[in-house]
Design a protein around this ligand. Structure first.
Ligand SMILES: [Zn+2]
Ligand SMILES: [Zn+2]
Length: 196
């Protein structure tokens, strides 16, 4: 007997793309059939250094609705299943993996091992002219304890503030840790040797 398809498998193909994104050099492309579930602004040290900015804003997407692709020198599009080519991965801890365009260095995403069905995508790669979906308001500021001292969070943005991760995500991390910190199946295991 064939396995019963999940609801997302049934509907995914018929859905239109509502958001497109790309890196600075145009090699890496993102398509999403859903708007991000939420938007989080992270003030942690890694995000500040990685972006060269006081914070990084991420949209949380369900993996079933997004597709990464790269455009080669011959103009051919290659769909990426395991993100093995064109996207450079870095591991600053065993909690998450960061992805970058291997050509221009644009930060693209974070993938937490404790959230295997989701990808936190940097909102700076969204292309304004290709955002047909209405995006949710900013949900929260996280790692406010590491915030750039010279930059003040707007008092009227309506977003929650957390010193580190929010409580549900902290519990998720603890649960993941208690299960032996399993790695995601959609990523090559570290150390991952990439080619620039
Ligand atoms: Zn690029
Ligand atoms: Zn961060």
């Amino acid at each position: 007997m064939d396995p019963t398809p999940s609801p997302s498998e049934l509907h995914q193909d018929s859905l239109p793309v509502v958001l497109r994104g790309s890196c600075l050099c145009g090699v890496v492309h993102l398509e999403s059939k859903m708007a991000p579930e939420s938007i989080t602004i992270c003030h942690c040290r890694e995000c500040r250094k990685a972006s060269g900015n006081p914070f990084l804003a991420f949209g949380l997407f369900h993996n079933d609705y997004i597709q990464w692709s790269i455009v080669s020198s011959t103009g051919t599009k290659h769909l990426l299943g395991d993100l093995a080519e064109g996207i450079k991965l870095t591991y600053y801890s065993d909690v998450a993996v960061r992805g970058w365009c291997s050509r221009c260095g644009t930060p693209l995403f974070m993938k937490y091992h404790c959230r295997p069905d989701g990808t936190s995508i940097t909102t700076g790669i969204f292309d304004n002219e290709h955002v047909a979906a209405s995006l949710p308001p900013i949900k929260e500021h996280i790692f406010v304890k590491d915030k750039a001292s010279w930059w003040d969070i707007p008092s009227n943005d309506g977003a929650a503030r957390h010193g580190g991760f929010n409580e549900p995500f902290t519990r998720r991390l603890q649960e993941w840790s208690s299960k032996g910190r399993p790695q995601r199946l959609d990523l090559p295991p570290p150390p991952f040797n990439f080619k620039l």
